[in-house]
Design a protein around this ligand. Structure first.
Ligand SMILES: [Zn+2]
Ligand SMILES: [Zn+2]
Length: 249
């Protein structure tokens, strides 16, 4: 992403290529400089990370100096998911990038997040996990989109954390309405019963890290955790690349 970390040969190649085929930042439309990749530095700087203190259960931002370790929601209710980690706030810059990834067929844009994701994963004190499991998409959506961004993120996380990615442990049945199109109170019922553990024997006593792109209400990862625990998993945590604040969900 920056000159100091990029391989010189790759930079020269990119400089030469951009002389003939200039690339523009898809978010603001300016020409990318040689050391910029996929989006310009100004747009990348608009990606904002969650600010501590965070809820130790769901990673929602807590008021500064409150002394709280759990948000009001988590202190009132129990979840099937044991703990959630997240990196970015779901702001306009993140939304624009992830929308282009998912709805404009640009999976390579996920690399915009790569170096900060890598830093975050290396700097986090993780419990021990047996495997990463991406939150699955139903077959129709996967066929339409051509890739599951949660699986691609799982591969990036698996490489950094040196964990295997069990892509097929969870399957999702077709649902009429995507979660993103539903109001908060409808999301829970929309995902109920939609996930299935394909290999319950493997899931026995496993510690699993689910990976998803966005955490909104937690309905999806909680439903995944529920079926994995019913199948015998010992613990199920989740990492979401970005988190929607509970006040905004
Ligand atoms: Zn830009
Ligand atoms: Zn919470």
């Amino acid at each position: 992403m920056y000159p100091i970390s990029a391989a010189p040969v790759r930079l020269y190649g990119r400089a030469l290529s951009r002389l003939f085929f200039p690339e523009i930042c898809p978010l603001c439309g300016i020409c990318l400089r040689t050391w910029e990749y996929q989006v310009c530095g100004s747009c990348e700087a608009l990606l904002s990370e969650l600010r501590e203190p965070l809820c130790l259960s769901c990673a929602d931002e807590l008021p500064a100096f409150s002394g709280l370790s759990l948000c009001g929601h988590c202190s009132r209710s129990r979840h099937d998911i044991d703990r959630v980690w997240s990196l970015f706030t779901y702001n306009d810059a993140f939304k624009k990038i992830i929308h282009r990834v998912k709805f404009c067929g640009k999976p390579a844009l996920l690399r915009v997040f790569e170096s900060r994701l890598d830093d975050f994963l290396r700097g986090t004190d993780w419990p021990s996990f047996d495997a990463i499991v991406p939150v699955p998409m139903d077959r129709l959506k996967l066929w339409t989109r051509g890739f599951n961004q949660s699986y691609l993120l799982s591969l990036m996380a698996g490489k950094t954390l040196q964990l295997t990615v069990n892509r097929d442990l969870l399957k999702k049945k077709f649902t009429d309405a995507p979660q993103s199109a539903l109001a908060k109170d409808k999301r829970l019922s929309n995902v109920a019963g939609t996930f299935k553990v394909t290999d319950p024997e493997w899931a026995q006593n496993r510690d699993i890290l689910l990976v998803d792109d966005i955490y909104t209400t937690g309905a999806t990862v909680n439903e995944c955790a529920k079926v994995l625990k019913q199948a015998g998993a010992a613990s199920v945590c989740a990492f979401a690349l970005a988190r929607v604040g509970r006040n905004n969900s």
